[in-house]
Ligand binder design. Sequence first.
Ligand code: DAH
Length: 344
Amino acid sequence: MKEQLEKIYSDASAEIEKSASINDLDEIKAKYLSRKGEFNEIKKNLKNLSDTDKRIVGSLANEITQKLEASIKSKYDEFYKKELDAKLLKERIDITLPGKFDRMGKAHPLTTTTNEIVSIFQSLGFSVVSNDKSPEVETEYYNFDALNVPKDHPARDMQDTFYVKHASNVILRSQTSGAQIHAMEGKNPPIRIIAPGRVYRNENVNARKNNFFHQIEGLYVDKDITFGDLKGVLNEFIRIYFGASRPTRFRNSFFPFTEPSAEVDVQCIMCEGKGCRTCSGTGWLEILGSGMVDPNVLRNVGIDPDIYSGFAFGMGVERLAMLKYAIDDIRLFFNNDERFLNQF
Ligand code: DAH
């Protein structure tokens, strides 16, 4: 029996040595070491031996089984490693190949311009009120009444303002000035805010006008606020936005919600003041409306105009972007033509 065992051992070892795959090893395992394998057949005959022989042959059988199991295991490991190496080689990443680039989105020029203007006013101490504090679908009260715009003012005419059907006194806001009312209502000065947002007007669309556009509203109310403060803040804004050398002028004007009112012009970007088509030959371009908050407006929100005063201003974002980047058609902002957008 001993010889029989040793023969099985050398046969099995030779087969293991020759094996070429995990599959081969599985077969060898089944042939020699499974319940129906050759070893078990021998073990079954152990009972016919004397006790001493039983012990000798039995321990030899165990020893051989363990050795075979060990060499099968080490072959297994070898095959697994080979398989893994082959797989890793096949799946190796060639880091010298050019990458695939995802095209990155970027901010729309109006967003960039808004952010730039907002951050200038933030640096001057103004805080931003978000759009949800002053909705685009607005009541006539906030857009007109509280701002001291008389009922018969031409701005309320159907030609300028979009009215919401089947709702009385509800409109798409035609200016961000209503944000002033929202900002002051129920609050005590000092109030120093800017409010960016979209506004709507029933215009015939052309190179200069779109039926919606964007404004940034500003408001500063406190004790002893003067026209000098207004000029100081707006001049500083213009200096930062357009650069120190851009000539500026304040021009007398009228708005129902400010008294006195002023419009601010900068020297024409296109012709440097000589007079051209863009500035209709005047050499100047209007960039914003402003003024001292009308006492009636303060009274409408419960602020005492004998104690407090303030200034307000409103500017068009498209206009400011067009001037800075020499864009000659407002519709370009809304066509989503990548050839235009990619330039910013
Ligand atoms: N709301 C005005 C417009 O849309 C602009 C404006 C003028 C805003 C004077 C102001 C202001 O706050 O004081 O034309």
